[in-house]
Design a protein around this ligand. Structure first.
Ligand code: PBG
Length: 326
């Protein structure tokens, strides 16, 4: 008789109760952040073609939507604005009458416990679609910082709890922190898109937000997908400038980066499950080629396992509904 294996990992997989007891990673509604695209106007809910299930909302409608997000136990929403006009300096980005500022105020008024995170970037607001001031075809770093600080202040005045700069200019966290502190917004937190790659996975977002660059690309400011040591450097630099949390973006092709950043820092780490990642799952599910529920929950769990504390995802509401079904 041959020796039977003594080591049997399968013993711990023998029942759902056993698997549940030894499970290493858990996905909870409190891990998730739900993004919203905002437009001006009233009673607008305009579906985005390339993001099935996602719409652009006017402020009145987003307040109702925020209520359903909170009811699901999702702690935070992330706001993006699509303005009626654009110019070279992204002027509408700091306009207190624009959708993001009005929505932040309206959501905090109605649902004070729901955290409002505002995406801070110029690309939705500039006519050239870049995330900074442009001169002679170059994206100027230092001239952009004052503008970003200005926009951050407008978000803080509207009541945003957390400001999330996604522009990838150097030194912007320090610039924003100084501006906020100077106006006594010492409790407004910063979640920095510290590690943001120049990724093809943002395609559907740029459709939704009308923010594609009109010339060139973002590779002179967003990171090279080949680099991971640089991700640790970016995260540490932003924390040095007083970022309260850092983000890795996109999520799925960068799970190793999330792990590397998690090990390098001692602040909460978020990851952004971006539009292209969402659109691929939705398209395959619509074809009947994958089981959407199982694929999404597996992907979100893998982001947690890689070390993310928080996940920004267009799947958030569906994921909570699925988690609640058990
Ligand atoms: C703005 C910004 C982008 C995303 C979030 N903030 C687009 C970009 O950098 O081109 C992408 C989000 C997504 O794809 O879901 N700079």
């Amino acid at each position: 008789m041959t020796d039977l294996p003594h080591q049997r990992p399968r013993r711990l997989r023998s029942s759902e109760t056993m698997r549940g007891m030894v499970r290493e990673t858990h996905l909870n509604p409190s891990d998730l952040i739900y993004p919203f695209f905002l437009v001006n106007g009233k009673d607008v809910a305009e579906p985005v073609d390339s993001l099935p299930g996602v719409s652009r909302f006017s402020v009145d409608r987003v307040v109702q939507e925020a209520g359903s997000v909170q009811a699901l136990g999702i702690p935070a929403v992330l706001l993006f604005g699509i303005p009626d006009y654009k110019d070279a300096r992204g002027t509408p980005a700091s306009d207190s009458e624009e959708a993001v500022q009005r929505a932040a105020a309206a959501i905090k008024d109605r649902y004070p416990d729901l955290l409002v995170i505002t995406d801070l970037c110029l690309c939705e607001y500039t006519d050239h679609g870049h995330c900074g001031i442009v001169k002679d075809g170059k994206i100027l770093n230092d001239d952009t910082l004052d503008l970003l600080a200005e926009v951050a202040l407008s978000h803080a005045r509207a009541g945003a709890d957390i400001i999330a700069p996604s522009d990838m200019m150097d030194g912007r966290v320090a610039a924003i922190r100084s501006a906020l502190d100077h106006e006594n917004f010492t409790d407004t937190a910063i979640m920095s898109y510290a590690v943001k790659y120049a990724s093809a996975f943002y395609g559907p977002f740029r459709d939704a937000a009308g923010s594609a660059p009109q010339f060139g690309c973002r590779r002179s400011y967003q990171m090279d997908p080949a680099n991971v040591r640089e991700a640790q450097r970016e995260a540490l630099l932003d924390i040095g400038e007083a970022a309260d949390m850092v983000m890795v973006k996109p999520a799925l092709s960068y799970l190793d980066v999330t792990r590397a950043v998690r090990e390098a820092v001692n602040v909460p780490v978020a990851t952004y499950n971006v539009s292209g990642e969402y659109a691929m799952v939705k398209a395959a599910a619509a074809k009947g080629w994958i089981d959407e529920r199982r694929v999404v929950l597996e992907q979100l769990l893998s982001m947690k396992r890689a070390g993310a504390d928080m996940i920004i995802t267009y799947h958030a509401k569906d994921a909570v509904a699925w988690l609640n079904q058990g």
